[in-house]
Write a protein of this length. Structure first.
Length: 129
């Protein structure tokens, strides 16, 4: 990747956030993390402009799909490539996310972290305008 992408990773699991942060940084990305939806909304409302937004779906209070709905409604990060990274594999939930304009959907349980990173880069390449 020649461009240094700014990535915001959202999950309610601190261990996963730290692990993915390190993995993406070792791949040349600039990474910020948010522990849950409220922290994400605070960062975006404060002016954070990630190139890539990676959202977990299953989170307490506001899940990732609801979070994306709020982000879209408030136009908080209109130019971000949005990728769902989750263990939610219900096809209806995936369709809901797709209707909100996601660029990709990766199921954590069937992908090792290295595969996740590779898939994210593939999605970015195919989404690049």
């Amino acid at each position: 990747m020649s461009k240094k992408y700014k990535i915001l990773i959202v999950d309610d699991d601190k261990f996963l956030l730290d692990m993915y942060k390190k993995k993406f940084e070792s791949n040349g990305a600039e990474v910020d993390v948010a522990l849950g939806s409220e922290e994400t909304l605070a960062k975006l409302r404060d002016g954070a402009k990630p190139d890539i937004l990676i959202l977990d779906v299953i989170m307490p209070k506001i899940d990732g799909i609801e979070l994306l709905g709020i982000i879209r409604k408030e136009q908080l990060s209109p130019d971000s490539i949005v990728i769902m990274l989750t263990n939610e594999s219900d096809t209806n939930r995936i369709k809901e996310a797709e209707l909100l304009g996601i660029s990709g959907y990766i199921v954590k349980a069937i992908n090792i972290p290295t595969d996740v990173i590779n898939k994210v880069w593939e999605i970015i390449k195919s989404s690049a305008k």
